[in-house]
Design a protein around this ligand. Structure first.
Ligand SMILES: *[C@@H]1O[C@H](CO)[C@@H](O)[C@H](O)[C@H]1NC(C)=O
Ligand SMILES: *[C@@H]1O[C@H](CO)[C@@H](O)[C@H](O)[C@H]1NC(C)=O
Ligand SMILES: *[C@@H]1O[C@H](CO)[C@@H](O)[C@H](O)[C@H]1NC(C)=O
Ligand SMILES: *[C@@H]1O[C@H](CO)[C@@H](O)[C@H](O)[C@H]1NC(C)=O
Ligand SMILES: *[C@@H]1O[C@H](CO)[C@@H](O)[C@H](O)[C@H]1NC(C)=O
Length: 390
């Protein structure tokens, strides 16, 4: 029926457009082409590649500067280089970069997940960009004892074809002291609709960056003050340090498949501005849990809602891995800030150094009760006034 309408005639232009569109296929969620650097370069794996500028010797990638494929077990000055996954990764020398062009859905929000490890530099950081958007990701803090971590960064696609660039902006005396990167993946993010009875967007944290099914370290969400381009839709990470996005395959998660583990005390804060009606009473409820990662107790969080703040200790009933907590507040404005951070600096008891902390999930903000006169009370008044009048 729709096809018979004038609008949908198969005009030659339309067919051409259709063909043009299908020529470049949109990037799919998951690993980018050769995102794990396991595809052998022409001529096989050898140590130095891409020394001559702009020559694409790493399949699917363009490189500039000293970009080297490193192999697991490879040593540098007596130190074994860390390859996060598989047998190969790339190391970016001073000012070196790798990039890949991808076809995206213009206007959509995407998140890039990648793994990175430090080598010998003291101040390693990585500039991840999809021009004109970019962010410097600080690799200085080691969150896990494995020596590498996964990070996520999000961008809004301003074009149909964009270039994802990883650049080492460092200038070390030893030009090989650059970061190692591996396992680069992408995911198109959907911003969940706001539920009628919950003012929090993505309060269950189910929408977030790509996570490999078998990656057991979770994904770090570094500082991101822009709610519009957050890897965790609805939320911002407003602290210097990262929080960890965790999955139920490797951690204890209170609800469904995903949650947030707060790390580094006050230096790891997630927050959201939720819509409220001034002077109305609200209740913030959430699950507070243990990630099941042998994190040393005590665990506690500070929860904020408007001008209310509460310190809540994790004290679950029996063998549950989480408890439910709440905080009552009266909204003072049209938008109210809800925020969480860990009260303590926790580390794992098994390695004594990986950062860990309390888990937050299923965050809700609901209007609680009503200060207005109930219909029943109104009825009573009506009856009384009728009686009095008689
Ligand atoms: C390679 O990087 C250098 C220094 O950052 C820059 O001047 C040059 O234009 C780059 N070359 C290409 C082909 O991108
Ligand atoms: C995860 O699984 C993929 C495919 O099954 C495999 O290639 C990769 O090596 C695995 N990664 C890790 C960290 O085990
Ligand atoms: C990252 O690199 C891009 C392009 O090289 C540059 O425009 C941008 O300013 C850098 N971003 C940061 C945060 O340093
Ligand atoms: C606690 O765990 C034990 C063993 O897994 C189980 O038998 C018991 O029913 C659990 N108790 C509660 C209250 O869930
Ligand atoms: C919030 O108010 C409800 C009842 O209105 C009460 O049950 C709950 O304990 C209060 N929460 C806190 C943290 O005081």
């Amino acid at each position: 029926m729709a096809l018979s309408s004038k609008r949908c005639e198969w005009s030659p232009v339309f067919v051409l457009l259709l063909l043009a569109h299908s020529a470049t296929s949109l990037v799919e969620d998951g690993l980018l082409p050769n995102g794990d650097f396991e595809a052998p370069p022409p001529g096989g794996f050898s140590s130095e590649v891409g020394v001559s500028e702009g020559v694409a010797t790493i399949p699917s990638w363009k490189s500039n500067g000293t970009v080297e494929i490193v192999e697991s077990g490879q040593k540098q000055g007596g130190m074994i280089l860390i390859v996060p996954q598989g047998a190969h990764a790339v190391r970016l020398g001073n000012d070196a970069e790798i990039s890949q062009e991808i076809a995206v859905d213009k206007g959509s929000l995407y998140s890039i997940t990648f793994s990175a490890a430090r080598t010998c530099a003291q101040l390693e950081s990585l500039n991840v960009s999809v021009p004109p958007a970019s962010q410097n990701i600080d690799l200085q803090t080691l969150y896990s004892v494995q020596g590498w971590d996964s990070y996520a960064w999000a961008f809004q696609a301003e074009d149909d074809n964009v270039r994802v660039v990883f650049k080492n902006t460092g200038m070390e005396d030893d030009p090989t002291c650059g970061p190692i990167i591996d396992n680069i993946a992408i995911k198109k993010l959907l911003v969940p609709d706001k539920a009628k009875d919950n003012a929090v967007v993505n309060g269950d944290f189910e929408e977030g960056p790509w996570m490999f099914r078998n990656a057991s370290l979770g994904v770090l969400l570094p500082t991101n003050l822009d709610e519009e381009t957050s890897s965790l839709p609805g939320w911002i990470v407003e602290s210097n340090r990262a929080v960890r996005y965790i999955d139920s395959y490797h951690f204890s998660v209170p609800g469904s498949k995903r949650a947030i583990e707060l790390l580094s005390g006050k230096e790891g804060i997630i927050s959201q501005m939720v819509e409220t009606k001034p002077n109305k009473p609200y209740r913030l409820t959430f699950s507070l849990g243990h990630a099941g990662d042998s994190c040393k107790r005590p665990l506690a969080i500070m929860a904020f809602a408007g001008d209310q703040a509460q310190n809540i200790h994790y004290t679950p009933d029996s063998n549950s891995t989480f408890q439910s907590a709440n905080l009552n507040f009266t909204a003072k404005a049209e938008r109210t800030r809800v925020a969480f951070y860990s009260v303590y600096y926790n580390t794992r008891t098994d390695d004594m150094s990986s950062l860990c902390g309390p888990v937050v999930d299923d965050v809700r903000v609901e209007q609680s009760g009503c200060n207005c006169i109930s219909p029943r009370f109104l009825g009573l008044i009506l009856v009384w006034s009728i009686l009095l009048f008689i």
